[in-house]
Design a protein around this ligand. Structure first.
Ligand SMILES: Cc1ncc(COP(=O)(O)O)c(C=O)c1O
Length: 464
């Protein structure tokens, strides 16, 4: 076979203008680092798409895939498969969904589509409406999940009404209409999480009331984090649970990104205890630490019981693929044996402290949010009083494009979007690496300050 042409000439790449794509080839990885073909080692400060929670090439996951590949690569869902049964058991145990069941998918988007399908079927509302966030939410890039999402990238491509989706505002405390009105009245600059939570949940309730609870099958929301940079105020999720329960509407937690330690718990809703337990949750990303594609829908005992004697009108050729389930099982084991959920909580708190210290010195940092685990967001503004963003969403601020380039030149890969920096390193990141990357970020933010018209800070010591 002849030498292949460069990838940019033959592959369609996600979320980019095709003729702008010109990324280096990655040939290996270990822990929180990956290695490029031209010999560079790069610290991964975003876990790729917030999915490589176990770092790259986790030895136990790689060994489990090898071992399973030697025994049985594939058997259809019509037959049983040992790793599938064991992984379902492990997920039900970790989530406390006793008596529940698991449906395996290939990733996050199809997990969300199936969650909606199961909710409608279990609620006996085959065309029931689903309430999601109007803005700054992301549930996938298939047509149905584009309609479920409130994402500027895909808003024009799928009509929510066609998919039975109705929207409510996101709990975006920093820019929440409920907060701004109250802040302006008080002359206070700080956001009020409680007001935002109450106001946004009241909107969900109003949407349910407007359509009538009998027409609404479910409410689907990201529990905690998201690539749109929203971290819901603490009071939001339990309040949402209370409202959905009161109206007999199923609550679906999209834990695709927030699950598996990213937000300091196995699943982010667990931070609220039983008061946060959804009826259905969707998983992907950290489920195998991204070693093999796999998603899952976990349903409660009640939802499982409602489906028990019903034909399930669905099927995926690769549903519960043994190789993927073996990887998932090894991943769950690794999170547990290495105490990575607790580690994420501890390092996330240290990262949050460091970011708050940075905020004191960098006028461009308007808001710091997250930090329940190793996920945090910096929102960058020209002016803290007016909260004018350094770029109009969703346009990427040129100073952040420059920050990414400078970070890579220094050996660290940072994720940015619009006027946000998204920090989500693998949970296995070394404490020295974490501290060094934050020190680097602190230094790189000097240029972002300057570009926004601020003087650079006088001193720094941000490392946790
Ligand atoms: C919260 C959330 N839900 C769903 C998805 C879609 O997952 P996938 O890309 O595996 O389809 C993503 C992906 O970024 C996500 O962050």
């Amino acid at each position: 076979m002849s030498e292949p042409r460069p990838e940019r000439d033959t592959v369609l790449h996600s979320w980019c203008v095709q003729d702008h794509w010109n990324a280096p080839t990655v040939v290996g990885g270990e822990g929180a680092h990956f290695f490029t073909a031209d010999g560079r080692s790069i610290l991964d400060f975003s876990s790729q798409s917030e999915c490589s929670n176990l770092g790259h090439q986790h030895p136990a996951v790689v060994a489990a895939i090898r071992e399973q590949a030697g025994r049985l690569c594939y058997i259809a869902n019509a037959w049983g498969a040992e790793p599938r049964a064991r992984l379902a058991e492990a997920l039900l145990e970790k989530s406390g969904f006793e008596g529940g069941r698991v449906y395996f998918t290939l990733g996050g988007a199809d997990a969300n589509e199936h969650a909606v399908k199961f909710a409608r079927q279990a609620a006996r509302k085959p065309r029931g409406l689903v309430v999601t966030r109007a803005d700054r939410s992301y549930h996938g890039a298939s047509y149905a999940t584009m309609a479920l999402s409130g994402d500027t990238r895909t808003r024009e491509m799928a009509d929510p009404a066609q998919f039975g989706v109705v929207h409510a505002p996101p709990p975006y405390a920093y820019r929440c209409a409920a907060n701004r009105a109250a802040d302006d009245a008080n002359g206070a600059a700080a956001g009020c999480d409680g007001r935002c939570a109450t106001g946004c949940v009241a909107h969900v309730e109003a949407v349910i009331a407007r359509h009538g609870a009998a027409q609404v099958a479910g409410v689907l929301m990201e529990t905690d984090s998201g690539t749109n940079g929203i971290v819901a105020p603490d009071a939001y999720w339990p309040a949402l649970r209370e409202v959905t329960r009161r109206h007999g509407v199923l609550l679906i937690a999209d834990e695709v990104m927030s699950g598996f330690g990213r937000c300091g718990e196995w699943f982010a809703w667990q931070r609220h205890g039983e008061a946060g337990r959804p009826d259905i949750m969707t998983l992907a990303k950290g489920l195998t630490g991204a070693h093999i594609p796999l998603g899952a829908v976990v349903v409660s005992r009640e939802v499982a019981a409602a489906l028990e004697h019903e034909m399930l009108f669905t099927g995926l050729t690769y549903c519960g693929h043994p190789l993927a389930c073996a990887a998932g099982l090894a991943a769950v084991d690794a999170y547990e044996r290495e105490d990575l959920i607790v580690r994420s909580r501890r390092l996330g708190a240290a990262m949050l402290d460091a970011l708050r210290t940075m905020q004191q010195r960098h006028p461009v940092i308007g808001d710091v949010r997250g930090g329940h685990g190793l996920f945090a967001v910096l929102e960058l503004v020209r002016d803290r009083e007016t909260r004018e963003p350094i770029a109009q969403w969703p346009a990427l601020a040129p100073s952040l494009a420059a920050l990414v380039k400078a970070g890579l030149d220094a050996g660290v890969s940072f994720a940015v979007r619009g006027n946000l920096v998204l920090l989500a390193p693998p949970l296995v990141i070394g404490e020295r690496d974490l501290a060094d990357a934050l020190t680097l970020l602190d230094r790189l933010l000097d240029d972002v300050d300057r570009a926004a018209g601020h003087a650079p800070p006088a001193s720094r010591s941000a490392a946790p």
